[in-house]
Design a protein around this ligand. Structure first.
Ligand SMILES: [Mn+2]
Length: 334
């Protein structure tokens, strides 16, 4: 019996209504795993809602569950008067990822579930397994253990679909290097429990909005290559997005896109944070090929993430942020 899982089950037993925090700019893992966790808690006779620090991207609407409440800011949680006695988090690696909201950053978290290698989130208890490709895989193991220990039936097609969304999203449809035999074994179980994998994967990977396509077109036209074409970067400024009629969520796939160029070892999307303050800061979304650990590159600037997918923020002018990052990246090329 996993003691940390048991400790989580005790947290569930000892409370009646939960909010589940996810990270800003929610992805398929954040929505899939938090939705599955909320559904699991409801099956355990509890009340549960998901709290996202920022608007949930429209393309993930399909991954929400009609029986779960989603609050898309701290203020909307407060104005709803949703009563809760316990705060959980899933897929959140740091306080910074709870956005600029001081209320959310200081909210006491009872139990945090995560799979990032570096987790600095403040929480009473944590279960962090960096070998898991997605937070959904950890939840999958927890629910299996819960079913065994409590002789309860939890898995149904809705929970299984949410976990499948989470795993498929964070493994890039089972293509990224983090994909393990466990990812596939979990998926196999989930497919046996009524998951429409074709539909989920089409909506996650093969469906793009026109504005997303325009952003990708812009990225191809404006990308810059350095260091014998081993380093690809594109800068997308707030004005560029406005010109394209696009929003932040349309930029998600861009760093991934540049990584597909043959010979590129590190690909970067550098974009202006849209937070409404005058301070200039640029966010870097970084991907790598080969055996390059970009979480270490991002750690140079106080960021982090996974080995092949990481991010950081540099508070500086466009030119200086670009120069700093590009110079630091050089040491990581092979
Ligand atoms: Mn994740």
């Amino acid at each position: 019996m996993n003691q940390q899982f048991e400790s989580f089950f005790n947290v569930i037993d000892n409370h009646s209504s939960f909010i589940i925090l996810i990270h800003v700019n929610a992805d398929g893992d954040a929505i899939g795993s938090s939705t599955a966790l909320a559904l699991f808690l409801k099956k355990a006779g509890k009340n549960a809602a998901v709290v996202s620090p920022s608007a949930i991207p429209k393309k993930l609407d399909f991954a929400k569950n009609k029986n779960i409440l989603y609050f898309e800011s701290y203020n909307s949680l407060i104005s709803s008067n949703f009563a809760y006695d316990c705060v959980l988090s899933i897929d959140v690696a740091s306080d910074e990822l709870l956005s600029d909201s001081p209320e959310l950053k200081n909210i006491p978290i009872s139990y945090a579930i995560d799979h990032h290698r570096i987790n600095t989130l403040k929480a009473l208890e944590k279960y962090v397994d960096a070998s898991a490709a997605s937070a959904g895989e950890i939840l999958f193991s927890m629910i299996r253990e819960y079913e065994k220990e409590r002789k309860a039936a939890v898995f149904d097609s809705e929970i299984c679909s949410s976990i499948y969304t989470s795993i498929s999203s964070d493994t890039g449809c089972f293509k990224f290097s983090n994909t393990s035999s466990f990812s596939h074994a979990a998926a196999s179980f989930l497919l046996e429990h009524g998951v429409d994998a074709e539909k989920i994967n089409r909506l996650l990977f093969d469906t793009k909005s026109l504005s997303q396509i325009k952003v990708e077109q812009f990225a191809y036209q404006n990308m810059k290559l350095f260091y014998e074409n081993r380093f690809a970067i594109v800068i997308i400024d707030k004005d560029d997005l406005e010109m394209l009629g696009a929003s932040d969520e349309d930029t998600d796939a861009v760093s991934q896109l540049l990584r597909t160029i043959s010979g590129v070892q590190i690909s970067v999307l550098m974009h202006r944070k849209t937070a409404g303050n005058d301070e200039v800061s640029y966010k870097f979304s970084v991907r790598s090929n080969l055996d390059i650990d970009v979480s270490k590159l991002c750690a140079v600037f106080g960021g982090g993430g996974h080995k092949k997918a990481a991010g950081c923020t540099i508070h500086d002018t466009k030119e200086r942020a670009f120069e700093k990052f590009t110079a630091a990246a050089k040491d990581f090329l092979i």
